[in-house]
Design a protein around this ligand. Structure first.
Ligand code: PGA
Length: 278
C-alpha cells in the first residue's frame, strides 16, 4: 500500500478531528478562500485538532496545491466500489489518492438513500479505499422512523455487520461516523446524552468481536453540527470528532466551528500533534 504519511494518531493520543463535507457546493475561488482562512487559524495549530476537507472531487488537486504542511488533510466524498473498467462517471479510490485525498467518506446516508448504495456496496467501497491507502470513514445511522420504532441498535448492528468481512487491513484503517438520518440537514442535532449512549453502544458492539479494534476505533458524529454545539458534542469522551455538512461550507462558519471546538480543548503546543495530520 502506498502511504506517505501516518493516517492514524499515535497510540493513546486522542486528538479531535473536524471533517468538512461540502457535498455538491462551492466553486474553485471559494475553495481557495476557504483554505486560506482555515489553514492559518492559530486555534488549529495550537490544539490537537485535525481538519479534513472533503470538497467536490474535481477540486482535490486544486486544494492540494494550496495546502501548507500539516494543518489540513483532504478527503473524497465518495469512491467507486470498482477499481477500474467501464464504469462511466466513477472515480476510483486510487485516483482519489493520486489527486491528494487521504480519507474517503463511504456510505453517507445521501449516497445510501438517493443513489441506492446498499450495505455490501458500502463495504466494497471501504475495502477499495483502504487498499488504495485512504482511511475509509463509514457513515452509519438510523432514520427518524427507525428511531421512533426503537430500531436504532438493530439498524446500526446491520450496517456494522456488513463490514465484518473486510480485510484486516481495511478493518484496521476504518473510522466510523454515526450520522443519524433524522439529524442531517434538519437543524436537530443529537443531544449529548443521546450521542454518549449511542457512541458507547457502537464501541461495545465492536468490542464484542474485537476489543483491540474497539479501543483504537475513531468514532465521529455528524448531523446539524454548528459553532453552537461543536464544543459540547466534540468534547464528549469516546467521540473523536465531528462530520459537518452545511456549517462547513462558508469559511466564516468553519472558522467559528474550529474556534468552538478548540475552546473545549487543552493547548498542545504548535506541532506537538503532527501525528494527527493525515
Ligand atoms: P449537516 O450534514 O451538518 O448539514 O447536518 C452532515 C452530513 O451530512 O454529514
Amino acid at each position: 500500500m502506498n502511504r506517505d504519511s501516518p493516517r492514524t494518531p499515535v497510540a493513546g493520543h486522542r486528538g479531535k478531528t473536524l471533517i468538512a463535507n461540502w457535498k455538491l457546493q462551492g466553486t474553485g475561488p471559494h475553495l481557495d478562500q476557504w483554505i486560506q482562512a482555515v489553514q492559518g487559524l492559530e486555534e488549529i495549530h495550537s490544539r490537537p485538532i485535525q481538519v479534513i476537507l472533503c470538497p467536490p472531487a474535481v477540486w482535490l488537486e486544486r486544494a492540494r496545491g494550496r495546502l501548507h504542511e500539516g494543518a489540513l488533510a483532504l478527503g473524497i466524498q465518495n469512491v467507486s466500489a470498482e477499481s477500474a473498467g467501464p464504469f462511466t462517471g466513477e472515480i476510483s479510490a486510487a485516483m482519489a489518492y493520486e489527486a491528494g485525498a487521504r480519507y474517503a467518506l463511504v456510505g453517507h446516508s445521501e449516497r445510501r438513500r438517493l443513489f441506492g448504495e446498499t450495505d455490501p456496496v458500502v463495504a466494497r467501497k471501504a475495502e477499495q479505499s483502504a487498499r488504495a491507502g485512504l482511511t475509509p470513514i463509514v457513515c452509519i445511522g438510523e432514520t427518524a422512523e427507525e428511531r421512533r420504532a426503537g430500531e436504532t441498535e438493530r439498524v446500526l448492528a446491520r450496517q456494522l455487520g456488513a463490514l465484518d468481512r473486510l480485510s484486516t487491513e481495511a478493518l484496521n484503517a476504518l473510522w466510523i461516523a454515526y450520522e443519524p438520518v433524522w439529524s442531517i440537514g434538519t437543524g436537530i442535532p443529537a443531544t449529548a446524552d443521546n450521542l454518549r449512549e449511542v457512541a458507547a453502544w457502537i464501541r461495545s458492539h465492536v468490542a464484542a468481536s474485537d476489543a483491540t479494534m474497539a479501543d483504537r476505533l475513531r468514532l465521529f458524529y455528524g448531523g446539524s453540527v454548528g459553532a453552537g454545539n461543536a464544543a459540547v458534542l466534540g468534547a464528549l469522551d469516546g467521540v473523536d470528532g465531528l462530520l459537518v455538512g452545511g456549517a462547513s461550507v462558508e469559511a466564516d462558519s468553519m472558522v467559528a466551528l474550529c474556534r468552538s471546538m478548540a475552546g473545549g480543548m487543552p493547548k498542545s503546543g504548535c506541532g506537538a500533534d503532527s501525528s494527527l495530520r493525515g
